[in-house]
Design a protein around this ligand. Structure first.
Ligand SMILES: N[C@@H](CCC(=O)N[C@@H](CS)C(=O)NCC(=O)O)C(=O)O
Length: 110
């Protein structure tokens, strides 16, 4: 499978997916830490990919998503954005319903 197919499969398989530096318990960049904090504030579980352990994904994803930096949050198969956008949406109270909706529609698929 090509790296592009791997990425597309990850995005399709996980209703809430964060490409980040490090892991949620120990982010390796302040921007990733900010996105994790916003996601954790919703209480909705999320999947993640540590791009520091996946250099080919780190290299390829920006051209697929048209987003140059990390973290990158995908919800329901669509790019939401980086840490600034995620924190902003969370602060407005919009992140939790967005995540819940994506999780529910993924569950309805099965
Ligand atoms: N304002 C951005 C900041 C993200 C950012 O600048 N990330 C840098 C440092 S972690 C990055 O991904 N650089 C490219 C790379 O490391 O591959 C956001 O909201 O996420």
């Amino acid at each position: 499978m090509s790296i592009e197919d791997t990425i597309r499969e990850q995005i399709a398989n996980h209703p809430v997916l964060l490409y980040m530096k490090g892991v949620p318990e120990m982010p390796q960049c302040g921007f990733s830490a900010k996105a994790v904090a916003a996601l954790q504030s919703t209480g909705v579980p999320f999947a993640y990919v540590n791009i520091l352990q996946a250099p080919s994904i780190r290299e390829k994803l920006p051209s697929i998503s048209a987003w140059p930096t990390f973290p990158q949050l995908f919800v329901g198969g669509e790019l939401v954005g980086g840490s600034d956008i995620v924190a902003d949406i969370a602060q407005k109270g919009e992140l939790k319903p967005m995540l819940e909706k994506a999780v529910a529609s993924k569950q309805a698929e099965t």
